[in-house]
Each structure stands twice: as structure tokens, then as C-alpha cells.
Design a protein around this ligand. Structure first.
Ligand code: NAD
Length: 267
């Protein structure tokens, strides 16, 4: 007798029972991902240099049992180690790490004039992903089913002038993702999301919060008809962190409203 494949219901809380760390989780895309984790039934520890924004998240979410904040500098190894240790102390386990923190602006000084210190600073998202992954991996592997998610950028594939450091950081994150997937599997899956244009003004700390000023042309250059929002990234993050994505690792996932699929011939 053959076995009939079951019709399975999708889980209503795909991250129930899971603890997720989000670096740079106090503002912008990181906050969008952290809120999506909470909405999906998970618990979240956000780490950020911006202490005021982190405390504002906790106050506005008002979910003391499920959300915590710790000051974090992803470029300092002791800080990354302390972030992971604090999450383990608070929640007892770690199931997901989202390496999101970084310098959001792509444009820097022209290469010929760039100081070594600026180059280093603009590569912080790559350096931080190394440090935080290094210290989180043992706990992520401990239960099986762990997941790392690196926030790269469509600028890993496309560029404008004077964005070499940012492009190198994001291209580096995409490569770091597939390399680590090979080393960390099968206990831990590793993926990246490459966002396109995401307007983060409404997802900043209260004092800086504003409605993004976007033109019709800004929206129209996206095949979906609009610029992205942090919760657009949060939606895919939840899926990739969940057990539903158990057969997906080592991949970069572009979330850009179709912008990188659009021909740019001028009529
Ligand atoms: N917004 C976009 O259009 C876009 C597009 C593609 C990729 N990204 C990437 O998404 C990520 C988040 O960007 P965003 O637009 O939300 O920026 P954002 O500035 O709104 O948020 C970045 C957060 O990271 C924190 N941070 C910066 N350096 C840190 C450090 N050393 N240690 C700990 N925290 C630190 C900041 O305090 C802030 O809370 C970045 O990696 C960025 O490169 C953004």
C-alpha cells in the first residue's frame, strides 16, 4: 500500500520556541526583522550601538518576556562574545543569528582619497558577521536546526561610483554565507538576504522617526510599484529562520521589488 503525502497546514507561529539574535536590531531593517520574529512567535535579543533606540524598542514593544536589548559593537570581539553570552543567560538557548548591523550608506570617499580607517569602518558588516557567527555557532549547533542570516545588499551585484568598500563588504557577506554553510551544516543553515532600496525612516528611534519622502518616480522604478520597507525583509527572514526553510542553505535571496531585473535602456 502506498503512503499518501499529507496536506500540511502552515504554522501560524513559525518561530514559536525559537530565540533569535539580531545585530543592529534597534533601527531600520534590523528592527523590522526583530518585530517579525516577535510576530512569528519567537523571542528576540537585539544588539546595537544605539542604546537609546534599543531601549525605545523594548518600551514600544512592551514584551518583556520575549524581547531583550544589549549594547553591542559588532567590530569588538569581547562585545560580540558578551552579546551571545547575555542571550544564553537570558533565554537559555539560541536558534537564530541575524547579522544585520552595518553602515547603511553605500557612498564613501573616492578610493584614491580614502583612509585605511574609513575602509575598515565601511567593512564593519562583514567583520561583525565573522565575530558574531564565531561566538554564536556553538550554541546554534547545540540543538540542531540553527540558522544564520546575513544581511547583504543588491550592491553585491550592482554599483554606483565611490561605493567600493560597501560593495566589497556586501559581496564578502554573500561569499561568507556559502562558505560558512559548508562548514556549519548540517546543524546550522546559513543564508543571506540582499535587500534593494528599503526606506527606513519610519523605523528609526522615536526622535529621528519620520515618514520617508519618496517620489512617484522612486516607487515606479520598482516592478512591484513601490520602494521597500523593513517588514518586507522581516517576512523572508522569518521564513529562512524557520524549520520550513530546512532545505535551503548557502544561498543569497534578493528582495528588491524586482529592481535588479529591470532593463535600464533609455528610450
Ligand atoms: N536600507 C537599505 O536600503 C538597505 C539596502 C540593502 C542593504 N541594507 C543593509 O541592511 C542593514 C541595515 O541597514 P538599515 O538601512 O536598516 O540601517 P540603519 O542605519 O537604519 O540601521 C543600522 C543599525 O545598525 C547599528 N549599527 C551600526 N554599526 C554598528 C556596530 N558596529 N555595532 C552594532 N550596531 C551597529 C546602528 O546603530 C543601527 O541601529 C545594513 O547592513 C545595510 O547595509 C540596507
Amino acid at each position: 500500500m502506498s503512503i499518501v503525502p499529507a496536506v500540511s497546514a502552515w504554522p501560524s507561529a513559525p518561530l514559536a520556541g525559537k530565540v533569535v539574535l539580531v545585530t543592529g536590531g534597534a533601527n531600520g531593517i534590523g528592527r523590522g526583522i526583530a518585530q517579525a520574529v516577535l510576530g512569528a512567535g519567537g523571542q528576540v535579543m537585539i544588539g546595537d550601538l544605539d542604546v537609546g533606540a534599543g531601549k525605545a524598542c523594548l518600551a514600544e514593544w512592551d514584551r518583556p518576556a520575549d524581547a531583550a536589548f544589549r549594547k553591542l559593537d559588532i567590530t569588538a570581539e569581547a562585545s560580540a562574545r558578551g552579546f551571545v553570552a547575555a542571550a544564553l543567560k537570558r533565554f537559555g538557548r539560541i536558534d537564530g543569528l541575524v547579522n544585520n548591523a552595518g553602515i547603511a550608506g553605500a557612498h564613501g570617499t573616492a578610493l584614491a582619497d580614502m583612509e585605511w580607517s574609513e575602509w575598515q569602518r565601511r567593512l564593519s558588516s562583514l567583520h561583525g558577521a565573522f565575530l558574531c557567527s564565531k561566538h554564536a555557532l556553538p550554541a546554534l549547533a547545540a540543538h540542531g536546526g540553527g540558522a544564520i542570516l546575513n544581511i547583504a545588499s543588491t550592491r553585491a551585484q550592482q554599483s554606483e561610483p565611490n561605493s567600493e568598500a560597501y560593495a566589497a563588504a556586501k559581496g564578502g557577506l554573500v561569499a561568507f554565507t556559502h562558505a560558512l554553510a559548508l562548514s556549519a551544516g548540517p546543524a546550522v543553515r546559513v543564508n543571506s538576504i540582499s535587500p534593494g532600496w528599503v526606506a527606513t525612516g519610519a523605523w528609526q528611534a522615536p526622535a529621528r522617526r519620520r515618514t520617508p519622502s519618496l517620489s512617484k518616480a522612486d516607487h515606479a522604478q520598482h516592478p512591484v510599484g513601490r520602494v521597500g520597507q523593513p517588514d518586507d525583509i522581516g517576512a523572508l527572514a522569518v521564513f529562512l529562520l524557520s524549520d520550513m526553510a530546512g532545505f535551503i542553505t548557502g544561498q543569497d535571496h534578493i528582495v528588491d521589488g524586482g529592481m535588479t531585473r529591470k532593463m535600464i535602456y533609455v528610450d
